[in-house]
Design a protein around this ligand. Structure first.
Ligand SMILES: *Cc1c(COP(=O)(O)O)cnc(C)c1O
Length: 421
């Protein structure tokens, strides 16, 4: 469910016509809906109630500070994977005790930053990392709250680039060695064990892998408690998938996911943390682009649009599908034709869709790539010296630019010429 709908033949974000934003901001641009972000966050809090819980938004999926503030104001926590993301969470006004720090390669500087700025917990991913964190915290006269991320050796049955919970993946420690690693953690002076962490992958479209992983976490909770550890929090990660198409193959709903959590770990007396990214942000955002040319091809026509793979890399990187619609609603029964929808970059990979049926379009027409809120703007680059596209946030009948399009001068001014030239 999202708030990008046609009204009187025009595509709207909530109560704002997207063509009006395009006229003011130019294309391409990302547009996010406050109402959709809010609804998705609330689906999770409702699904987990009445268990004590914290929904930590995975910032890496959509990191604009205005979006973080929107969610933070609702009470959301944040899951960060870098010092930069930590600072974004703080800039959005989220208190440290609602920020969890994940990631396989936290540096001493990042640990220092989070310890001194305030942090709810570090999710530890290896023994060397655990020892370094203890040193850094001890050196500051502090004790760092930690969970240890266990790898439950579960096949998430998702795209291999976003599967993270199988033996051989770089994430966490094998669950078979967990007791040993927790035993060492308990001896380190700068650490305090508070729980267990698990995250098995992204865009999961079935509940079974979660179930398998969470049952293993429940078993481990008992074992670690018997060993004398305090396990009061379970961080169950993110990864619930979203519908990218509007057919009947919708992934499980947050309500069913919540019921699964209650069934598998709900009776352990733990506070539950989850780290959803995509499900909150994915369908809360679209990428709006203008058709530059319609070019006749051998079998079908190309729509050459002003957005490209540097703005939205998911199709090129993961072969992902994004629904594409015209901002002007096609008349009922209007004839459609297949187009290849491509950007201007000199790579064949710069293709958003092949043989996609759309009403006849012309240069100057506007289109929207749906489900682009997650892993869209955050993965964009300036490849081909194309300035980053702006981000716009809609709230009811008004909107604001929440990241402006850099000027060419701004882009060029970041390069410096050495004195010998
Ligand atoms: C990527 C990631 C998430 C978010 O995953 P989604 O699929 O966007 O929900 C959560 N936790 C960790 C540790 C991650 O790496």
């Amino acid at each position: 469910m999202d708030h990008f709908q046609y009204k009187s033949g025009k595509l709207y974000a909530e109560d704002v016509a997207l063509a009006d934003i395009a006229a003011q901001v130019g294309t391409p641009f990302y547009c996010y809906s406050t109402a959709t972000l809010t609804r998705h966050y609330q689906l999770f809090t409702e699904a987990l109630s009445p268990l004590p819980h914290l929904v930590c938004f995975a910032i890496k999926s959509l990191s604009n500070v205005a979006v973080l503030k929107t969610l933070g104001n609702l009470g959301a926590g944040m899951d960060v994977v870098s010092g930069g993301e930590y600072l974004r969470a703080k800039a959005a006004g989220v208190p440290g005790d609602r920020i969890v720090f994940s990631g396989v390669g936290k540096t001493r500087q990042e640990m220092h930053l989070a310890l001194t700025g305030g942090i709810r917990q570090f999710n530890i991913e290896s023994e060397p990392e655990m020892r370094v964190l203890s040193e850094v915290a001890h050196g500051l006269g502090m004790v760092a709250p930690i969970t240890i991320r266990v790898n439950p050796d579960v096949d998430a049955k998702t795209h291999e680039k976003i599967s993270t919970g199988k033996k051989g993946d770089k994430f966490g420690i094998p669950i078979s060695r967990a007791r040993e690693v927790y035993a060492e953690a308990a001896t380190l002076p700068g650490l305090k064990v508070v729980g267990i962490d698990v995250h098995i992958g992204s865009q999961l479209t079935a509940l079974e892998p979660f179930e398998a992983a969470y049952l293993k976490v429940a078993e481990l909770t008992h074992a670690l408690r018997a060993d004398g550890h305090t396990i009061e929090r379970l961080d169950l990660g993110g990864g619930l998938g979203i519908p990218y198409t509007r057919d009947n193959n919708a992934p499980p709903l947050p309500m069913d996911y919540g019921a699964l959590i209650k069934r598998t770990v709900g009776d352990l007396g733990c506070e539950i943390e989850i780290e959803p990214g995509r499900l909150i942000s994915g369908n809360a955002g679209i990428l709006v682009s203008e058709v530059i040319y319609v070019k006749n091809g051998e079998d079908r026509d190309f729509l050459i649009v002003d957005a490209a793979m540097n703005d939205l890399i998911r199709p090129a990187m993961y072969g992902s599908h994004h629904d594409i619609i015209a901002l002007n609603e096609p008349a009922a029964g209007a004839e459609q034709q297949p187009y290849d929808i491509v950007g201007p970059i000199c790579e064949s990979g710069d293709t958003f869709a092949k043989a996609r049926n759309l009403p006849a379009l012309q240069a100057g027409d506007l289109i929207a790539l749906r489900s682009a809120g997650a892993y869209g703007a955050v993965m964009s680059s300036e490849y081909n010296s194309r300035p980053l596209v702006p981000e716009v946030l809609v709230h009811g009948d008004h909107f604001a630019v929440i990241r402006a399009r850099p000027t060419f001068d701004e882009m060029l001014s970041r390069d410096t010429i050495p004195e010998w030239l």
